[in-house]
Design a protein around this ligand. Structure first.
Ligand SMILES: [Zn+2]
Length: 248
């Protein structure tokens, strides 16, 4: 058994039993929905996993079993993109129940330090995560909170953070083979303040003018920006891991 194993699903039950109660368990959450004509449906799940991996790499191997990553929940609430092929949504209630069940199950095993790491920001989805986190006393890594959002890129803070420069850059850094570079390069910038549209009752990507399931500026994405963003996200998650470990 190597101390380097950081994926919970790779552990034997013997190794799981040996985890300290101080171990922080990370639960990556994403969605299955269109991310422009250039990026994969699982973009949000891939990003959540990449953030967890980056944080674990930053923690390093000095303190083995400091934190482990659960298999991701790759389905979320994606009603805004219902009209597009590949959008596979579950209801907010099911999502909340699923996450609550997972967290309660971990709690029964003494794994009291848990963080849900999310990268899909449809409000109904985020609200379900907040409810599940609250009812199970689990921490939510929520980059839509202003304190964290202000450390991220201009595009992210503008609310045009769907399959644009921000998300596409992270993918170029981690999964370049999954990005269609030709399609990406031809996409015109499309500034859309998604939170304002949603607050005003806009029911769909189409209604927000996102006819190709993206906004922002994917053509300006770069692996270098993705690396920098992952460093920021990883740093923020490490800070949260430390604070969760210090809590009683
Ligand atoms: Zn996304």
């Amino acid at each position: 058994m190597s101390a380097a194993i950081t994926r919970f699903g790779d552990l034997t039950y013997v190794a799981a039993e040996a985890l300290s109660g101080d171990t922080v368990v990370l639960l990556p959450v994403g969605a299955l929905e269109p991310h422009g004509p250039h990026a994969p449906l699982a973009t949000d799940t891939l990003i959540s996993l990449a953030v967890c991996d980056r944080a674990l790499r930053m923690l390093g191997s000095r303190e083995p079993a400091h934190a482990v990553v659960l298999p991701p929940v790759g389905y979320g609430v994606t009603h805004l993109s219902d009209a597009f092929a590949g959008s596979v949504s579950i209801s907010a209630g099911v999502l909340q129940s699923l996450l609550s069940d997972i967290c309660h199950s971990l709690e029964r095993q003494g794994m009291r330090r848990r963080i849900i790491v999310n990268s899909h920001f449809e409000p109904e989805h985020v609200n379900a995560l907040r409810a599940a986190a609250e009812e199970t006393d689990t921490t939510l890594f929520d980059v839509t909170r202003r304190r964290l959002a202000e450390r991220l890129t201009d595009e992210f803070r503008s609310g045009a953070a769907h399959a644009g420069r921000y998300e596409t850059s992270i993918l170029l850094a981690t999964h370049p083979e999954l990005v269609d570079g030709v399609a990406m390069g031809m996409l015109p910038s499309l500034p859309v303040d998604m939170p304002s549209h949603i607050a005003a009752g806009s029911p769909s990507f189409e209604a927000m003018g996102m006819h190709r399931a993206y906004c922002g500026s994917p053509a300006e994405a770069s692996a270098a920006e993705g690396e920098a963003t992952l460093d920021t996200l990883g740093t923020m998650l490490v800070e949260l891991i430390h604070s969760v470990r210090q809590s009683t």
